[in-house]
Write a protein that binds this ligand. Structure first.
Ligand SMILES: [Zn+2]
Length: 98
């Protein structure tokens, strides 16, 4: 996914003023659940520049995204296998089944 696609898929602006980031949580091994975290909020909503800057901070935040060491794709930490491999590569290279 491109950074733009990642941001579209994993961030949202609630009420026009709260930037939220989605993390995939796995309370049960086969049932991912989307959990939204408040990342930043503005009293009167962000300007386009403020929103863009905050979204870039989301992308470099290790809490939300990491770069897979095999495919080098930026990936949501909810799709992480071990320390630094994405779940797609885990399936492809290690035969991990989700
Ligand atoms: Zn990967």
């Amino acid at each position: 996914m491109s950074e733009k696609q990642l941001l579209e898929a994993y961030t949202g602006l609630r009420d026009g003023a709260v930037l939220e980031v989605m993390l995939v949580d796995w309370p049960h091994p086969s049932e991912p659940v989307a959990v939204w975290h408040r990342f930043r909020s503005w009293k009167h909503g962000p300007t386009a520049a403020q929103l863009e800057r905050a979204r870039q901070q989301v992308l470099i935040s290790k809490k939300y995204f990491f770069r897979c060491r095999l495919c080098l794709e930026l990936t949501n930490t909810g799709h992480r296998y071990g320390k630094d491999v994405c779940s797609g590569c885990a399936t492809q290279h290690f035969g991990v089944v989700y």
